[in-house]
Write a protein that binds this ligand. Structure first.
Ligand code: NI
Length: 137
C-alpha cells in the first residue's frame, strides 16, 4: 500500500451535511473512504475519456427462442474476441437467458461492443459496468 497522506478540506456546513447524509445512505463508514472512492471514480472517468485500457462486464438478457438472435449475438462476440475475456450463460427460465460477458480493452472498443450487443433487436436490459484495471489504487 502506498503512503497515506493527510490533508484538510474546507467547505460550507450545508454542503458537508449533504455529503454526510449521502455517504450514510451509501453505507460508507467514514468520509475518507467516500472521498477516496469519488477520486477513483473521477480518475476512471479520465481513463475512459482518454481511451485507456479498462475492464468490466456487459450483462444482458434475451429470449433464446427468438429467430436468429443467438446467431447474431455469437457473430458479434466473435467480432470482438480480442476484447472478450470470458462469457457466462445462465438460463433464467424457459424463454429467458442472461449473459455476463467479461471484457478488457480500450474503452472505445469495450463501449463499441456493449453498444453493438444492446442494439441487437431482442437484446434487453443491456448494461456495461466498468471496474478499471486496478491501476488506480
Ligand atoms: Ni439459456
Amino acid at each position: 500500500m502506498s503512503d497515506l497522506v493527510r490533508f484538510g478540506i474546507s467547505l460550507e456546513k450545508d454542503l458537508l451535511d449533504k455529503f454526510d447524509a449521502l455517504i450514510r445512505r451509501r453505507k460508507y463508514t467514514n468520509r475518507s473512504e467516500a472521498i477516496r472512492d469519488l477520486i477513483r471514480q473521477e480518475l476512471l472517468k479520465k481513463e475512459w475519456e482518454e481511451d485507456r485500457e479498462i475492464a468490466g462486464a456487459i450483462t444482458y438478457i434475451y429470449d433464446h427462442h427468438q429467430r436468429d438472435l443467438l446467431n447474431k449475438i455469437i457473430d458479434v462476440q466473435h467480432d470482438f474476441q480480442d476484447v472478450i475475456q470470458s462469457s457466462q450463460h445462465i438460463h433464467i427460465d424457459h424463454h429467458t437467458c442472461l449473459e455476463i460477458v467479461a471484457v478488457k480493452g480500450n474503452s472505445r472498443a469495450v463501449s463499441s461492443l456493449a453498444d453493438t450487443l444492446k442494439a441487437i433487436k431482442g437484446v434487453k436490459h443491456g448494461a456495461l459496468s466498468v471496474s478499471g484495471t486496478g491501476k488506480i489504487k
